[in-house]
Design a protein around this ligand. Structure first.
Ligand code: SF4
Length: 114
């Protein structure tokens, strides 16, 4: 079983319905569905906050304080597929920054539930 962390779009979570903080990312990880190729333990769930300045440092803090270096870090499907998209950074740019800072591979998207 992999240890994973998830980064979600706070703007989406705060204003949307069926947001990642409820169940979709967590269910996909628990059952090894969607972008998870096996059942995975979510050891951290970090909420980005506009304009996204603190998301990398918050993720670093989650890794440090949990004492668990994640095998993979996922950007939530709502973050990756947001319409309109994030005005500050693309998912690809965010993934590159996270990979550079943490050394963990980043996966774009978590699930394909409706
Ligand atoms: S900076 Fe972008 S990804 Fe982060 S909460 Fe705001 S809209 Fe979402």
């Amino acid at each position: 079983m992999k240890n994973v962390m998830i980064v979600a779009c706070g703007a989406y979570m705060d204003t949307g319905y069926g947001c990642p903080g409820e169940w979709r990312c967590l269910k996909a990880a628990a059952f090894g569905e969607g972008a998870f190729d096996e059942k995975s333990a979510v050891v951290g769930f970090v909420k980005c906050e506009c304009p996204g300045r603190t998301v990398i440092s918050n993720l670093g803090m989650a890794i440090k304080l949990s004492g668990v270096k994640p095998d993979l870090i996922y950007l939530s499907s709502c973050l990756v597929g947001a319409k309109p998209g994030c005005p500050y950074i693309t998912p690809e740019e965010l993934a590159q920054l996270i990979e550079k800072k943490t050394g963990a591979r980043v996966v774009l998207g978590t699930h394909d539930y409706a």
